[in-house]
Design a protein. Structure first.
Length: 266
Protein backbone atom coordinates (compact mmCIF):
# COMPACT_ATOMS: atom_id res chain seq x y z
CA UNK A 1 0.00 0.00 0.00
CA UNK A 2 1.32 3.45 -0.95
CA UNK A 3 0.72 5.77 2.00
CA UNK A 4 0.62 9.48 1.26
CA UNK A 5 2.03 11.42 4.25
CA UNK A 6 0.56 14.72 5.40
CA UNK A 7 3.62 16.76 4.43
CA UNK A 8 2.44 20.13 5.76
CA UNK A 9 1.78 18.72 9.23
CA UNK A 10 5.17 17.01 9.23
CA UNK A 11 6.83 20.32 8.38
CA UNK A 12 4.96 22.14 11.14
CA UNK A 13 5.68 19.39 13.67
CA UNK A 14 9.41 19.70 12.99
CA UNK A 15 9.69 23.47 12.93
CA UNK A 16 6.71 25.52 14.15
CA UNK A 17 7.74 25.57 17.82
CA UNK A 18 11.46 26.19 17.20
CA UNK A 19 11.69 28.97 14.59
CA UNK A 20 11.59 32.70 15.31
CA UNK A 21 9.38 33.52 12.30
CA UNK A 22 6.80 31.02 11.04
CA UNK A 23 5.65 31.94 7.53
CA UNK A 24 3.91 28.57 7.04
CA UNK A 25 1.25 29.35 9.65
CA UNK A 26 -2.07 30.52 8.21
CA UNK A 27 -3.78 31.32 11.52
CA UNK A 28 -3.68 34.40 13.71
CA UNK A 29 -1.52 34.85 16.80
CA UNK A 30 -3.23 32.90 19.61
CA UNK A 31 -4.72 34.65 22.61
CA UNK A 32 -3.83 33.56 26.13
CA UNK A 33 -6.25 31.63 28.32
CA UNK A 34 -6.72 34.73 30.46
CA UNK A 35 -7.58 36.85 27.42
CA UNK A 36 -10.05 34.22 26.25
CA UNK A 37 -11.83 34.26 29.61
CA UNK A 38 -12.01 38.06 29.50
CA UNK A 39 -13.74 37.87 26.11
CA UNK A 40 -16.34 35.42 27.45
CA UNK A 41 -19.15 35.86 29.93
CA UNK A 42 -18.14 32.80 31.95
CA UNK A 43 -17.67 33.06 35.70
CA UNK A 44 -13.98 32.32 36.32
CA UNK A 45 -14.93 30.40 39.49
CA UNK A 46 -17.08 28.08 37.38
CA UNK A 47 -14.16 27.62 35.00
CA UNK A 48 -11.68 26.82 37.78
CA UNK A 49 -14.04 24.22 39.23
CA UNK A 50 -14.26 22.27 35.94
CA UNK A 51 -13.11 18.69 36.69
CA UNK A 52 -10.19 17.39 34.61
CA UNK A 53 -11.76 14.07 33.71
CA UNK A 54 -12.57 12.34 30.44
CA UNK A 55 -15.07 14.55 28.59
CA UNK A 56 -17.83 13.33 26.29
CA UNK A 57 -15.91 12.32 23.17
CA UNK A 58 -18.73 13.49 20.88
CA UNK A 59 -18.86 16.94 22.51
CA UNK A 60 -20.20 18.30 25.78
CA UNK A 61 -23.99 17.98 25.93
CA UNK A 62 -24.76 21.67 26.53
CA UNK A 63 -22.61 22.67 23.55
CA UNK A 64 -24.28 20.13 21.27
CA UNK A 65 -27.68 21.33 22.45
CA UNK A 66 -26.85 24.93 21.44
CA UNK A 67 -25.59 23.80 18.03
CA UNK A 68 -28.68 21.65 17.46
CA UNK A 69 -30.84 24.71 18.18
CA UNK A 70 -29.75 26.24 14.86
CA UNK A 71 -31.28 23.39 12.84
CA UNK A 72 -34.95 22.46 12.68
CA UNK A 73 -35.53 18.97 14.01
CA UNK A 74 -31.91 18.39 15.04
CA UNK A 75 -31.28 16.42 18.23
CA UNK A 76 -28.22 15.87 20.39
CA UNK A 77 -27.46 12.58 18.65
CA UNK A 78 -27.28 14.42 15.30
CA UNK A 79 -24.41 16.66 16.48
CA UNK A 80 -20.75 15.62 16.63
CA UNK A 81 -18.12 18.03 17.97
CA UNK A 82 -14.56 17.32 16.81
CA UNK A 83 -11.11 18.46 17.91
CA UNK A 84 -10.57 20.85 15.02
CA UNK A 85 -11.10 20.33 11.30
CA UNK A 86 -8.43 17.62 11.06
CA UNK A 87 -10.47 15.11 13.06
CA UNK A 88 -13.62 16.12 11.16
CA UNK A 89 -11.84 15.57 7.83
CA UNK A 90 -10.77 12.04 8.76
CA UNK A 91 -14.24 11.16 10.06
CA UNK A 92 -15.84 12.44 6.83
CA UNK A 93 -13.33 10.59 4.64
CA UNK A 94 -13.68 7.29 6.48
CA UNK A 95 -17.47 7.57 6.76
CA UNK A 96 -18.45 8.73 3.28
CA UNK A 97 -15.68 7.45 1.02
CA UNK A 98 -14.60 4.02 -0.12
CA UNK A 99 -12.10 2.62 -2.58
CA UNK A 100 -13.00 3.51 -6.16
CA UNK A 101 -14.91 6.70 -5.33
CA UNK A 102 -14.08 10.07 -6.89
CA UNK A 103 -14.05 13.50 -5.24
CA UNK A 104 -13.31 17.10 -6.28
CA UNK A 105 -10.95 19.14 -4.08
CA UNK A 106 -9.83 22.76 -4.36
CA UNK A 107 -6.14 23.62 -4.76
CA UNK A 108 -4.12 25.17 -3.18
CA UNK A 109 -5.52 24.06 0.16
CA UNK A 110 -4.83 22.17 3.34
CA UNK A 111 -3.91 18.82 1.77
CA UNK A 112 -4.90 16.58 4.65
CA UNK A 113 -8.29 15.59 3.22
CA UNK A 114 -6.83 14.82 -0.22
CA UNK A 115 -4.18 12.57 1.34
CA UNK A 116 -6.72 10.81 3.56
CA UNK A 117 -8.91 10.16 0.52
CA UNK A 118 -6.02 8.83 -1.59
CA UNK A 119 -4.99 6.50 1.24
CA UNK A 120 -8.50 5.02 1.08
CA UNK A 121 -8.10 4.34 -2.65
CA UNK A 122 -10.21 7.30 -3.76
CA UNK A 123 -9.49 9.17 -6.99
CA UNK A 124 -8.99 12.90 -6.27
CA UNK A 125 -9.85 15.45 -8.96
CA UNK A 126 -8.74 19.01 -8.29
CA UNK A 127 -9.81 22.48 -9.37
CA UNK A 128 -7.73 25.56 -8.71
CA UNK A 129 -7.76 29.15 -7.56
CA UNK A 130 -5.82 31.30 -10.02
CA UNK A 131 -3.01 33.29 -8.38
CA UNK A 132 -2.72 35.54 -11.44
CA UNK A 133 -6.43 36.40 -11.32
CA UNK A 134 -6.71 37.61 -7.71
CA UNK A 135 -7.18 33.99 -6.58
CA UNK A 136 -10.45 33.72 -8.48
CA UNK A 137 -11.99 30.30 -8.88
CA UNK A 138 -11.28 28.51 -12.14
CA UNK A 139 -14.93 27.74 -12.79
CA UNK A 140 -14.35 25.47 -15.76
CA UNK A 141 -11.96 23.26 -13.80
CA UNK A 142 -14.56 23.01 -11.03
CA UNK A 143 -17.35 22.06 -13.45
CA UNK A 144 -15.09 19.52 -15.17
CA UNK A 145 -14.29 17.94 -11.78
CA UNK A 146 -17.99 17.82 -10.87
CA UNK A 147 -18.89 16.28 -14.24
CA UNK A 148 -16.23 13.59 -13.83
CA UNK A 149 -17.62 12.78 -10.40
CA UNK A 150 -21.25 12.65 -11.54
CA UNK A 151 -20.35 10.54 -14.57
CA UNK A 152 -18.60 8.04 -12.30
CA UNK A 153 -21.75 7.48 -10.22
CA UNK A 154 -24.06 4.61 -11.00
CA UNK A 155 -27.22 6.54 -10.16
CA UNK A 156 -29.01 9.56 -11.62
CA UNK A 157 -28.05 12.04 -8.93
CA UNK A 158 -28.42 15.79 -9.51
CA UNK A 159 -25.71 18.21 -8.38
CA UNK A 160 -26.68 21.11 -6.09
CA UNK A 161 -24.95 24.41 -6.84
CA UNK A 162 -24.89 26.83 -3.89
CA UNK A 163 -24.73 30.49 -4.92
CA UNK A 164 -24.22 33.32 -2.40
CA UNK A 165 -26.16 36.47 -3.34
CA UNK A 166 -24.47 39.80 -2.44
CA UNK A 167 -26.33 43.06 -3.02
CA UNK A 168 -25.21 44.86 -6.21
CA UNK A 169 -22.25 42.49 -6.57
CA UNK A 170 -23.62 39.31 -8.12
CA UNK A 171 -27.39 39.47 -7.69
CA UNK A 172 -28.45 41.09 -10.97
CA UNK A 173 -30.32 39.45 -13.81
CA UNK A 174 -27.15 39.67 -15.92
CA UNK A 175 -25.42 37.52 -13.31
CA UNK A 176 -28.37 35.11 -13.34
CA UNK A 177 -28.04 34.86 -17.13
CA UNK A 178 -24.30 34.16 -16.86
CA UNK A 179 -24.91 31.53 -14.20
CA UNK A 180 -27.63 29.79 -16.19
CA UNK A 181 -25.39 29.57 -19.27
CA UNK A 182 -22.45 28.26 -17.23
CA UNK A 183 -24.51 25.53 -15.57
CA UNK A 184 -25.91 24.11 -18.80
CA UNK A 185 -22.91 21.77 -18.79
CA UNK A 186 -24.22 19.68 -15.88
CA UNK A 187 -27.63 18.50 -14.61
CA UNK A 188 -28.11 20.52 -11.44
CA UNK A 189 -30.38 22.47 -9.14
CA UNK A 190 -29.48 25.81 -7.54
CA UNK A 191 -29.65 26.80 -3.88
CA UNK A 192 -29.50 30.59 -3.42
CA UNK A 193 -27.89 31.81 -0.17
CA UNK A 194 -28.53 35.47 0.73
CA UNK A 195 -25.40 37.05 2.21
CA UNK A 196 -25.49 37.38 6.00
CA UNK A 197 -24.45 40.98 6.59
CA UNK A 198 -22.65 41.96 9.78
CA UNK A 199 -21.25 45.07 11.42
CA UNK A 200 -18.19 46.42 9.63
CA UNK A 201 -18.82 44.57 6.36
CA UNK A 202 -18.91 46.49 3.06
CA UNK A 203 -21.26 43.87 1.61
CA UNK A 204 -25.02 43.75 2.08
CA UNK A 205 -27.82 41.23 1.79
CA UNK A 206 -29.98 41.77 -1.32
CA UNK A 207 -33.59 42.81 -0.89
CA UNK A 208 -36.24 40.11 -0.94
CA UNK A 209 -37.46 41.45 -4.28
CA UNK A 210 -34.01 41.08 -5.93
CA UNK A 211 -33.64 37.58 -4.52
CA UNK A 212 -37.04 36.55 -5.86
CA UNK A 213 -36.29 37.99 -9.30
CA UNK A 214 -33.01 36.07 -9.42
CA UNK A 215 -34.82 32.88 -8.45
CA UNK A 216 -37.60 33.42 -10.98
CA UNK A 217 -35.12 34.01 -13.80
CA UNK A 218 -33.36 30.69 -13.11
CA UNK A 219 -36.67 28.88 -12.78
CA UNK A 220 -37.77 30.22 -16.17
CA UNK A 221 -34.54 28.79 -17.58
CA UNK A 222 -35.55 25.37 -16.28
CA UNK A 223 -33.53 25.15 -13.06
CA UNK A 224 -35.03 23.94 -9.80
CA UNK A 225 -34.07 26.90 -7.59
CA UNK A 226 -34.47 27.19 -3.83
CA UNK A 227 -33.64 29.96 -1.36
CA UNK A 228 -31.89 29.04 1.86
CA UNK A 229 -33.43 30.58 4.96
CA UNK A 230 -30.79 32.30 7.09
CA UNK A 231 -30.37 31.15 10.68
CA UNK A 232 -28.41 32.73 13.47
CA UNK A 233 -27.83 36.09 11.76
CA UNK A 234 -29.94 37.85 14.40
CA UNK A 235 -27.41 36.85 17.06
CA UNK A 236 -24.34 37.04 14.82
CA UNK A 237 -24.10 33.24 14.73
CA UNK A 238 -24.59 32.70 11.01
CA UNK A 239 -21.80 31.01 9.09
CA UNK A 240 -18.51 32.90 9.45
CA UNK A 241 -19.88 35.55 11.80
CA UNK A 242 -18.88 34.23 15.21
CA UNK A 243 -15.18 34.68 14.50
CA UNK A 244 -15.84 38.19 13.20
CA UNK A 245 -17.63 39.08 16.41
CA UNK A 246 -14.79 37.72 18.55
CA UNK A 247 -12.21 39.59 16.46
CA UNK A 248 -14.20 42.79 16.85
CA UNK A 249 -14.36 42.38 20.62
CA UNK A 250 -10.60 41.73 20.63
CA UNK A 251 -9.94 44.96 18.72
CA UNK A 252 -12.15 46.90 21.14
CA UNK A 253 -10.18 45.45 24.03
CA UNK A 254 -6.89 46.46 22.38
CA UNK A 255 -8.14 50.02 21.82
CA UNK A 256 -9.29 50.23 25.44
CA UNK A 257 -5.91 48.98 26.67
CA UNK A 258 -4.05 51.53 24.53
CA UNK A 259 -6.27 54.33 25.80
CA UNK A 260 -5.51 53.30 29.38
CA UNK A 261 -1.78 53.48 28.65
CA UNK A 262 -2.18 56.98 27.13
CA UNK A 263 -4.16 58.12 30.17
CA UNK A 264 -1.52 56.86 32.57
CA UNK A 265 1.22 58.53 30.51
CA UNK A 266 -0.59 61.87 30.72
Amino acid sequence: MNFEPFELERLLSDWEQTVEFNFAESGVHPVSLGELLQLSDIDIKEFLETPLNYPEVNGEASLRKKIAGFYDGAKLENILVTVGASEANYIIANTLLKKGDEIAVMQPTYKQFSGAAKNLGVKVNSFSLEAGNNWALNRQELLDAVKRYVDSCNDRRVTTIEYILINNVNDGLDHAEELSELLRQIPCKVNLIPFNQFEGSDYLKPSGNRIKKFQSFLQEKGYVTTIRSTRGDDIMAACGQLVGQVNDRTRRQERSFKNQIKTKAL
